[in-house]
Design a protein around this ligand. Structure first.
Ligand code: ADP
Length: 619
């Protein structure tokens, strides 16, 4: 029992930690956790901006002024696009991506012709397509012919906060997949013929883009940077020299005018960006190799497990300020860890990291706190009961001691006749023997519970044992007017330590008398059941309920009824009885109900009836 306790406690402790860990990981998948992760992500974005370097792209913007200064305004967008391409042609950009849908026939065919001609003169032209009603809306053939590639213009908007943190590198309509506009532009700018893909990444012109497939998309996190050069078409009209901005760069042409750009999106830095800039930003992420990859599920789980294990080990082996100090360090690591990962381009879920540290730490701390408190309470009550037991024992010993003392005084003080002296000497002798027996029993029981004692093996008839015990309790029974008697005693023998067995049966009998009202009966009986001998003590006393029955064999436990009965007791008798019986290879059974009496049965291995001569007990 004593060795099993720490491992049981350890199992409970591990269970608490595991539950905390599971809750932390599962909670990490919920919508509120996703929101918190996003806040943390955006915060880190602002905290660790990308180092400034020369942008490899520039935006050619169709802004408010451009529209205002164009007769017909937004309706003449194709004319503006043609003009824009013409204005930058001399700068020979590496590639040009247009973010204006050109899916229907224009009102003015002359304008379409002009745009088509301007496109023809443009190197590495990428045109947009869009998914509507599950099919691709492509540019009309007149323009499509001119394009080196077609790319989709969809961005991923987070459903919770409308912020765009990533774009799908691929998008599929039934039967046809398209790469993103920015990816196609990147490919052409690198002079790569093809895009090679694997389940976890995409390779273009020697650059590996980490973008594991999720469903039918491949989201890529965009590393939004501070600024990408922007030149408006209207500015170019007045200052043709500005076209040099586009030299050797990739150009993204699109509408930025607030009144016309319906595709504005929020970025993690809190800016409101037009769609064309999102494409340019995605391109810059690829061109600069500034990828952010989500931490794999396995590594998240491993890290959470490590945090929980560290919390568990800390609170198991350390306590007080040491434990709190280590726990604080763990919490700091869990809070700062995602930032460190972020700096190395890995997105680690903040909520999961933090909750995988907090929950196990709180769980482990609480477990230790409550278990220490419970142990303290238990040891305090054990101590109190132990003191009671000591009182009782000393009280018990005082009776024979007083007798011995008194008798010895009688002998020394008075001149007694021979017979009287012999009588007193006999009494001193028997009382001191009783005292010695009492001490021996206590010592035996102590050694028995420590497992140090070998049990004496003698064989004696059950009847003898019962009769000796009945004789010893007779006075107690008479005083309470309780009739104690034996019935159906079998001729079987018991093998074991006679003194200890006597102690056990005597204890059951005194209990039966103590916890019964006057005028009732206590009967002892034996019964042979195959190779077992059942020795039972039945009373008509106060009884016990089921909960009490589960506890009576615990040291120092006493029922309410026993406490109120006015009978002295220590609550250790039955625990000793149980130990004695189990050391004899037997067990003890109890049947009882409140107010209806109890039956205690000792079940022992039986031995066949003995011959008359072997009954004789050695003096
Ligand atoms: P105690 O010294 O208190 O009698 P024991 O270990 O012998 O200690 O018994 C433990 C408790 O079990 C008792 O205090 C009492 O509450 C209950 N008990 C034992 N025997 C009986 C019985 N025959 N009838 C009712 N209650 C009993």
């Amino acid at each position: 029992m004593r060795e099993r306790w720490p491992s049981k406690r350890l199992a409970a402790y591990a269970g608490v930690l595991l539950t905390c860990l599971i809750i932390a990981v599962v909670a990490g998948w919920t919508a509120p956790a996703a929101r918190i992760d996003n806040y943390a992500y955006d915060f880190l974005f602002g905290l660790y901006p990308q180092p400034e370097r020369r942008a490899q792209s520039a935006i050619l913007a169709i802004d408010e002024a451009t529209l205002r200064h164009t007769p017909g305004g937004a309706r003449r967008i194709r004319m503006i696009l043609a003009e824009a391409l013409e204005l930058i042609a001399a700068a020979r950009p590496r590639a040009v991506a247009i973010d204006v849908i050109l899916a229907d026939q224009g009102e003015d065919s002359a304008e379409d012709e002009r745009l088509s001609r301007a496109m023809l003169a443009t190197r590495n032209l990428v045109l947009p397509c869009e998914l509507t009603d599950l099919r691709w809306e492509d540019p009309i053939p007149l323009f499509r012919r001119r394009a080196a590639a077609i790319g989709h213009i969809h961005a991923d908007r987070n459903p919770y906060d409308n912020v765009s943190r990533q774009i799908p590198l691929e998008q599929t309509a039934p039967g046809e997949r398209r790469w993103a506009l920015s990816l196609e532009t990147f490919r052409l700018s690198r002079g790569a013929a093809a895009i090679t893909e694997s389940p976890d990444d995409i390779e273009v012109g020697g650059v590996r883009i980490p973008a594991p497939r999720e469903g039918d998309q491949r989201p890529m996190r965009v590393r939004f940077r501070a600024s990408i050069p922007v030149v408006a078409v209207d500015e170019l009209r007045h200052n043709a020299g500005l076209a040099r901005t586009f030299r050797d760069r990739v150009v993204f042409v699109g509408v930025t005018a607030l009144s016309y750009a319906y595709d504005r999106l929020k970025d993690p830095l809190g800016r409101n960006l037009p769609g064309v800039e999102i494409h340019a930003q995605a391109f810059e992420t690829m061109a600069g190799g500034d990828f952010l990859t989500p931490a794999s599920n396995l590594s998240v789980l491993a890290l959470c497990l490590a945090l929980a294990a560290a919390a568990g080990i800390t609170f198991w082996f350390a306590s007080g300020w040491t434990a709190y100090g280590v726990a604080a360090a763990l919490l700091a690591a869990a809070h700062l860890g995602p930032a460190a990962f972020f700096r190395h381009g890995v997105v680690f879920p903040y909520f999961t990291s933090v909750s995988a540290a907090w929950l196990p730490i709180v769980g482990a701390g609480a477990f230790q706190y409550f278990s220490v408190r419970r142990q303290l309470r238990k040891s305090e009550s054990d101590k109190a009961r132990y003191q009671q037991a000591i009182h009782f024992v000393t009280h018990e010993m005082r009776t024979p001691l007083t007798a011995i003392q008194g008798s010895s005084e009688l002998i020394s003080r008075y001149d007694l006749n021979e017979e009287k002296r012999r009588q007193i000497a006999g009494m001193i002798n028997s009382e001191s023997k009783r005292l010695a027996r009492m001490i021996q029993t206590f010592l035996n029981v102590e050694r028995l519970s420590e497992g140090h004692m070998e049990i004496k093996r003698e064989t004696f008839p059950a009847r003898e044992l019962i009769e000796a015990c009945l004789a010893r309790v007779q006075t107690l029974a008479d005083r309470k007017q309780i009739r104690v008697f034996a019935e159906d005693i079998s001729e079987d023998a018991i093998s074991g330590d006679r003194e200890l067995m006597e102690y056990a049966v005597y204890n059951l009998l005194t209990n039966a008398i103590k916890y019964s009202p006057a005028g009732t009966e206590v009967r002892v009986a034996t019964e042979r059941e195959r190779d077992r001998l059942r020795l039972s003590v039945r009373d008509q006393g106060i009884g016990m309920d089921a909960r009490e029955l589960r506890n009576i064999f615990k040291k120092f436990y006493r029922t309410k009824g026993a406490e109120n009965s006015g009978e002295a007791g220590t609550g250790i008798g039955l625990s000793i009885v149980e130990q004695i019986v189990t050391h004899h290879g037997g067990r003890i059974e109890v049947a009882s109900s409140p107010g209806r009496g109890s039956r205690f049965t000792i079940v022992l291995p039986a031995h066949a009836a003995m011959t008359a001569s072997s009954h004789v007990r050695k003096p």
